[in-house]
Design a binder for this molecule. Structure first.
Ligand code: MRU
Length: 361
């Protein structure tokens, strides 16, 4: 079975007319696979902030395409001079970049677009637009190539048939443009007949594990079991789990990693039960300007995500105080390895050979 045959569409793409970003509205999964076409910065901002498109690499790809299509459509409506175009570029970049704070792939993709603008700014508006479109396509192509490579390195850890892999949130097909990060090796192992068994945490409060991970794994024919977040210790104690694989939103220079709230609890449990705990993500998720996890901004989200079950059924008293950080930081010392497209890094982490660009924003 070919890896690509497991996916029927890309999660983020430029439409055929080149004037819209096509995403699947992830807030409607698994009930409905509704495609949305985003054509300006307000639609792109709203889609990222409301998690219609979510997952660190997918946000980066959507932001790069979003910046391009917003400028393309603006210039089509009112022909812009070069200086107006450049001013619009920076205004839209700032705006889209402020949609979510934790995933570094968002500023990383926008910085790539900025470097492209700066190296073409002596050209005409049409020439700059063409270069920006090529750059946005390259952000997506790189995302796919990085995930394909992560699949290979990660699959080397799935070394016997039927291994049990615990995952959290969604770091699969929908969180990137095609293969996933934490789930990419699972798909590759599945395509090679290794029959991995995946245990997906439901991932309160927004249920990305239940709604998205369980959905996409089942769709691809991977053996998937869903459990509540507070069942991880019981699951590990039962001997069903051989590996923990999760994604990442931002990795600090020392390896401390921000990922969906609940990830650090899994790392602590995995350490207690002597189960290898791996973070999987592209090097575009590493932020050399963050010395440690203390330098990573953690998004706080609205109370209703906790007090109302997926915004539909009230499950807590009115006015109750709510603690709702969207991410937590897993200390580097609890991470057995960080699997990137360039190989598997081990503690103590040193990414200096990668010569990553400082993306301080
Ligand atoms: O709030 P979300 O759903 O965007 O959080 C996503 C995660 O924490 C993912 O695990 C992470 O972005 C990695 S996605 C490949």
């Amino acid at each position: 079975m070919q890896l690509d045959s497991l996916f029927t569409y890309d999660s983020v793409a430029l439409n055929a007319a080149g004037d819209g970003v096509v995403i699947v509205d992830q807030t409607l999964l698994p009930g409905e696979e509704r495609f949305l076409t985003l054509r300006d910065e307000h639609e792109v901002y709203e889609a990222i902030a409301k998690l219609r498109v979510r997952g660190a690499p997918a946000i980066g790809v959507a932001a790069a395409y979003g910046l391009y299509v917003s400028l393309f459509n603006k210039n089509r409506a009112v022909s812009l001079s070069c200086s107006e175009f450049i001013a619009e570029f920076y205004r839209i970049k700032e705006y889209i970049g402020s949609a979510r704070p934790t995933a570094v792939n968002l500023p990383a993709a926008l910085e790539r677009m900025t470097r492209c603008l700066e190296s073409h700014k002596d050209g005409s508006v049409q020439e700059i637009l063409s270069a920006l479109r090529r750059e946005a396509e390259a952000v997506k192509a790189d995302d796919m190539a990085m995930c394909r490579s992560i699949a290979g390195y990660g699959a080397s850890l799935i070394d016997r048939p039927g291994m049990g892999i615990l995952t959290h949130c969604n770091a699969g097909h929908y969180a990137v443009s095609r293969y996933g990060t934490a789930l990419a090796p699972v798909y590759l192992a599945h395509s090679r007949g290794m029959a991995p068994r995946v245990y997906a945490d439901e991932t309160r409060p927004l249920m990305q594990g239940a709604r998205i991970t369980a959905f996409e794994l089942s769709k691809a024919g991977v053996d998937a079991t869903l459990q509540c977040d507070n069942m991880a210790a019981s699951l590990m104690a039962s001997g069903r789990i051989d590996l923990v694989f999760t994604g990442c939103d931002r990795v600090a220079a020392n390896g401390d990693t921000a990922n969906k709230i609940g990830t650090s609890a899994l790392a602590i449990l995995a350490s207690y039960y002597h189960i290898p705990f791996y973070i999987l993500g592209p090097t575009s998720s590493i932020d050399p300007s963050a010395a440690s996890g203390k330098d990573i901004p953690v998004e706080q989200r609205e109370a209703e995500e906790v007090t109302e079950l997926y915004f539909r059924h009230r499950i807590a008293p009115d006015g109750v105080k709510v603690y709702n950080p969207a991410f937590d930081i897993t200390p580097a010392s609890l991470i057995s390895g960080i699997v990137t497209e360039k190989g598997i890094f081990r503690y103590p982490y040193d990414f200096s050979d990668l010569q990553l660009k400082d993306l301080t924003v």
